[in-house]
Design a protein around this ligand. Structure first.
Ligand code: FES
Ligand SMILES: [Fe+2]
Length: 362
């Protein structure tokens, strides 16, 4: 693509100049359980077209969305009564491993390695379909387990949204505290007096955590619903490789809220996010549920709009030109872990432990 640089001239390629990470040794959420029924479902993961369907017995399968014969997308076909994926052109049929099981009109066995399509490991867990990003491997890890989902007293709300931004920008946004008082002023923070809190940032080989110490209850709408009487807050923000952003709040004994955003890099500048809000409050869950959705969606729309503007500018200028301060707590650390994970298993730099304390106003 052609673009201008920071001085308003030149033609630059975007490659290598944006925080784009392709972590392929990893599980990503590709659909909810309800979305995957008796029809093939087209999805894109890291720019690669995939098709999901249910095998015999109902377990999910994921194949490259390209018929081995003449490359028609298999997602345009159908799932047969014996749970094979059938191409809509000449009717080749595939099983969940991608092996060709039937070729209409062909005498003799249809099954040959060159007639197979690549398959990805797929697992259904917590009402979600997870797919491993590298084809043809048996993963030695399991997908992330959503915490507190089945705990007594907890209620969950989930929403799937898409953002026109890199995975890194999306996750940074989900875990970035300073913008909440500004972009979301009044909704979450920024409605009352300013407080100085201490942030303790730690990083290990698969996660980055920020703990906020001495944070008063946010003055905005969400805080007021949760704890009208105020009080101090326990607050953790976490990034978990490869693509999970989690915000955890506890206010007093009764109120506990976890917002877990399971992100999927669809394309370099498109990220899908399943946001799962799991909470226990002093009110019954059914009473709180209707309040969470509109507030969360309003916050999300503001984030999605600003992230799109960020992406537009990065594209127009042909790359990122970021400057961070010490209150950009998570973004640089997240990128560091993503870059390391991108290089594959066992990539170590000898600096796995990291800890820093920063005071900031919220
Ligand atoms: S293109 Fe799929 S069967 Fe021919
Ligand atoms: Fe936000």
């Amino acid at each position: 693509m052609s673009a201008v640089d920071g001085n308003g001239n030149g033609s630059l390629s975007l490659e290598g100049r944006a925080s784009i990470a392709h972590v392929t040794d990893a599980w990503y959420v590709l659909s909810s359980s309800e979305e995957l029924r008796d029809r093939p479902l087209a999805r894109t993961l890291l720019g690669s077209p995939l098709v999901l369907f249910r095998e015999a017995g109902g377990s999910p399968a994921a194949l490259l969305d390209r018929c081995a014969h003449r490359n028609v997308p298999l997602s345009l076909g159908r799932v047969t009564s014996d749970c094979r994926l059938e191409c809509p052109y000449h009717g080749w049929q595939y099983d969940g491993r991608g092996d060709c099981k039937r070729i209409p009109g062909l005498l003799g066995s249809p099954e040959l390695p060159r007639r197979a399509v690549a398959s990805h490991a797929a697992i259904e867990q917590d009402g979600l379909v997870w797919v491993y990003a590298t084809a043809g491997v048996e993963p030695d890890s399991a997908p992330y387990r959503l915490p507190a989902l089945d705990k007594p007293g907890y209620t969950s709300v989930r929403r799937t949204v898409e953002v026109e931004a890199t995975l890194h920008a999306t996750i940074e946004n989900a875990l970035d505290v300073p913008h909440t008082a500004f972009l979301h002023k009044g909704l979450f923070r920024g409605a009352g007096k300013v407080n100085t809190v201490r942030a303790v940032i730690t990083r290990d080989d698969h996660s980055v955590t920020t703990e906020y110490v001495g944070e008063p209850r946010p003055e905005g709408l969400v805080g007021k619903i949760l704890s009208p009487s105020g009080g101090t807050v326990t607050h953790f923000d976490r990034f978990i490789l490869p693509s999970i952003a989690q915000v955890e709040y506890a206010i007093g004994e009764e109120n506990h809220i976890l917002v877990t955003s399971l992100c999927t890099p669809v394309e370099d500048f498109r990220t899908r996010m399943v946001a799962v809000v799991t909470f226990r409050t002093r009110f019954p869950g059914w009473l709180i549920k209707p309040f969470i959705d509109p507030v969360a969606m309003r916050i999300f729309r503001q984030d999605a709009a600003i992230l799109k503007r960020q992406t537009d500018a990065i594209r127009r200028f042909g790359g990122e030109s970021y400057t961070s301060t010490e209150i950009d707590l998570m973004g640089p650390q997240i990128l560091r872990l993503l870059r390391r994970a991108e290089r594959g298993k066992g990539a170590k730099e000898g600096d796995d432990e990291y800890r820093r304390e920063v005071d900031l106003e919220v």
